[in-house]
Design a protein around this ligand. Sequence first.
Ligand SMILES: Cc1ncc(COP(=O)(O)O)c(C=O)c1O
Length: 410
Amino acid sequence: MTTLDTAFVRDQFPPLADGWVFVENAGGTYVPRQVIDRTHEYMSQTQVQPNWNFASSKLATERIARGKHLMAEFINADHDEIVLGPSTTLHVFLMAQSLRPQFQPGDEIIVTEQDHEANVGAWRRLEEFGLVIREWPVDRTTGALQYDALDTLLSPRTRLVAFTHCSNVASIVHDVPALVRKIHAAGALAFVDGTAFAPHFPVDVKALDCDFYVFSLYKVCGPHQSVLYGKRDLLKKAHGLNHHFIPDDNVAYKFLPGGPNHELAAGCVGIADYFDALHAHHRLEPANSFHARLRRVYQLVMAHEARLAGKLEAFLKAKPGVRIVGRKPSGDGRLAPVIAFHVPGRSSAEIVARLNAERIAIGHGDFWAARLVKALGLTAEEGVVRIGLAHYNDERDVERLIAALDKALP
Ligand SMILES: Cc1ncc(COP(=O)(O)O)c(C=O)c1O
């Protein structure tokens, strides 16, 4: 099959039968039954401490390890290069604290005005230790990062640049390999937030060559977990934050005080089951690794999402008074299927209330990209209305959404 069979896809997600059009996927997706099943399986059979020699504990260890291995494969990493943790926000916070002993007062860190605060605030806190934080600004009209500004911001004191692969509001995809080359040439580390990118495009951390990559699994049909990738030597070198007896080469545990969540790590196996079910159902070319099969599924996902987002964008562009935020295609034409807009003189909250009344699940605000929304001259309370599609949205969803928008907008 060359197009995504949305009837089959939707059938995997029990909550999609509730009669609502769900387009708050950029906030978090529903999980397919495979994830529910794997979590249930773990909790109903193996909810014991792993790493012991009795049968249920051995099986628990295996299930957790399998979830982790598969999530490493998701982004073409090795299992000892990732940490599974509760959230992207916490991962960034912990890594900022882990790397801190390597920085000197007066060293510089660059954060963007475009990112979700998860990849900003944790770095800004290092100011308390004498680090200098520089802000990479956005264009006030489009919300796009001003690429030229990076050249002037990078200096011999720059130690790290934290930036997003794709903005969760302006929906602009960045050329990560090109930016990483520039950052490495300046002698700094590249720390990339892939949370808004990973649900829509395949990620290959080796090809990106970034030093760190972080993304939330609950936006790619998984449980409320996050993956942190780091180059092996950097993870080994970074200071551990767990108990004193956890050695520095125990990457899985040293960054996670309290340890990982076992049932959700095991539940991650269901993400791979789900994408493999799509691979098999669409009779895609066979491949030996989960990563390779996933890439093939993503080809269908990307084409499907681009078609739906294109229809919505064309509709909104034809509506007088509607201002779409960002959405400048990347160099290779990529656009995430996330469309944020506002209508000057109209309340975003009121537009959303009208849409909710039509059983459209959607929200408004700054989506914690607070600095970006402020730079665009909008308030956090009102902010933008954000349509966040997932691959399980279908033509019918888009028709219902367009009809509801037609009633709600001038
Ligand atoms: C781009 C981006 N980064 C980071 C986050 C925060 O993720 P988490 O909830 O896993 O901390 C979000 C959540 O909305 C996001 O959209």
